[in-house]
Design a protein. Structure first.
Length: 463
């Protein structure tokens, strides 16, 4: 019995250690002393580095802080800095996350005139990989918040981590104060505002600047050189399909489970005379080789610089919900969003149409788009599930993909202002939006007309 008790205690101790350290717990335990030692010496160095650099910034320069590591958040802030310097004053960007090399590479193309401040760290690549957890949790947060006290005028769109730092105070939110508080929709609105740690006043200024910007102009010689390397001839369309399996199952509403349905999209565009280029990283799905299809995502040419050139030369961009959709904004390219989700967090572009995933309610019935606009499920993003009702997100079938593309292609030759000539259904959709719908209210994008029409028919049939 005594041996059994000791064995039980041993098993419980190991389980507690595993739970504390998470995955790869054994390696983390072995490397913990090294991480701790590096942290002790790393923090003072970074503290004095940021303090010195911030003190050297002149009052005539606007300070921007980059803390979030999500790719889309990085692209958004860099483009905001570019737009700011084009119409206002010079700026300095200070980086508070370990992706120094990536951010400097992107900044050299997106906002090349802006001074980017990153620490010169001995063995930077090793430190970034070996100390990732410590840097993110214990090094950068205190440095970032101390720097905010040094420069309270610094501008940032997103805080250092979801729900941390910048507080959402509903009593100071003019949108919330003008509407009823006792409905599930507005309860979900408050919860979504708290999770999206985005300063909505700053973000609205960003949207304003992007509407007046002409996008980035890329050296066409470099674009043609990439096209030659990839053997692209004529017009081409960039496609990005988010098949990432998120650790959080709620976030998986973004994920495309049936990527094989996009074969009809690829073949349809090739028949119409376009080349189709799959953009992204190794996470992109594999498609069968065919004439007119270029698997850039898994090629030796894939790089940050070539991503930018690829978007600079494309005819339009087809994307699911992913951070890479921001590229279309940078280069002012028409965007077709397929299997879209998280409609309260959208990109600003006039030439933008999207076809959302359909939603089934707890009884298995398809919700109409009017129902979705008034339902808490509208705010289902990231980590939150703002409704106790179990819902299901339904991906587009092949016919819907083709219909959405054909409708989009009819708009392509039209001048920018004619994209605002909405159909009857699209005008009705826009009229039902209010500031509580967040980004979707502030941008010009509307759902594909085929989605709104089919949704009305299916909504009547499901009654």
């Amino acid at each position: 019995m005594q041996n059994h008790g000791r064995r039980s205690l041993y098993i419980k101790s190991i389980a507690a250690i595993k739970n504390y350290f998470g995955r790869y717990w054994f390696l983390k335990i072995l490397s913990f002393p090294i991480f701790l030692l590096l942290s002790v010496f790393h923090y003072p160095y970074l503290y004095f580095f940021y303090r010195r650099e911030i003190k050297n910034i002149t009052a005539r320069q606007q300070v921007f802080f980059q803390a979030r590591e999500e790719y889309g958040a990085i692209l958004e802030l860099l483009y905001y800095v570019r737009c700011w310097t084009n119409v206002r004053n010079s700026a300095v960007l200070i980086v508070f996350n370990p992706q120094f090399a990536l951010i400097k590479a992107l900044a050299s193309h997106i906002c090349p005139e802006v001074h980017v401040i990153t620490p010169r760290v001995l063995l930077a690549n090793f430190v970034q990989k070996a100390m990732g957890v410590f840097l993110r949790r214990y090094i950068f947060p205190p440095l970032y918040y101390r720097s905010l006290r040094w420069r309270p005028d610094a501008i940032y769109i997103y805080d250092i981590g979801a729900g941390d730092g910048w507080p959402y105070v509903k009593h100071l939110d003019p949108v919330y104060k003008k509407h009823a508080k006792d409905t599930p929709f507005w309860d979900a609105y408050v919860e979504a505002r708290g999770v999206i740690d985005r300063r909505f006043d700053v973000y609205e200024d960003f949207l304003h600047l992007t509407r007046t910007s002409e996008g980035i102009h890329c050296d066409q010689v470099l674009v043609r050189g990439l096209m030659a390397d990839l053997e692209i001839s004529g017009k081409y369309v960039v496609v990005n399909i988010n098949v990432k399996d998120y650790s959080n199952q709620i976030q998986n509403i973004r994920r495309i489970a049936h990527f094989e349905r996009y074969n009809v999209l690829i073949d349809h565009l090739i028949r119409l005379g376009y080349s189709v280029v799959l953009q992204g990283t190794a996470e992109q799905p594999h498609f069968a080789p065919r004439k007119g299809f270029v698997d850039y995502a898994h090629s030796k040419f894939q790089s940050v610089e070539n991503d930018l050139r690829l978007f600079a030369g494309c005819y339009f961009y087809v994307s699911s919900k992913t951070g890479a959709e921001t590229y279309g904004i940078l280069y002012d390219k028409p965007i077709l969003g397929l299997n879209y989700t998280e409609l309260c967090a959208m990109k600003s572009s006039i030439r933008f149409r999207f076809f959302p995933k359909r939603i089934k309610d707890g009884r298995g019935r398809l919700m109409s788009w009017r129902d979705v606009l008034a339902h808490p499920v509208y705010f289902q993003i990231g980590r939150i599930l703002p409704t106790p009702e179990k819902v299901e997100f339904v991906e587009m079938d092949e016919q819907e993909i083709i219909s959405a593309v054909d409708e989009f292609l009819l708009l392509m030759p039209k001048p920018r202002e004619e994209w605002l000539n909405y159909s009857i259904q699209q005008r009705e959709f826009k009229q039902l939006l209010h500031p509580g719908h967040m980004d979707l209210y502030h941008i010009s994008a509307v759902p594909s007309d085929v989605y709104l029409k089919e949704d009305v028919i299916e909504g009547h049939l499901s009654i």
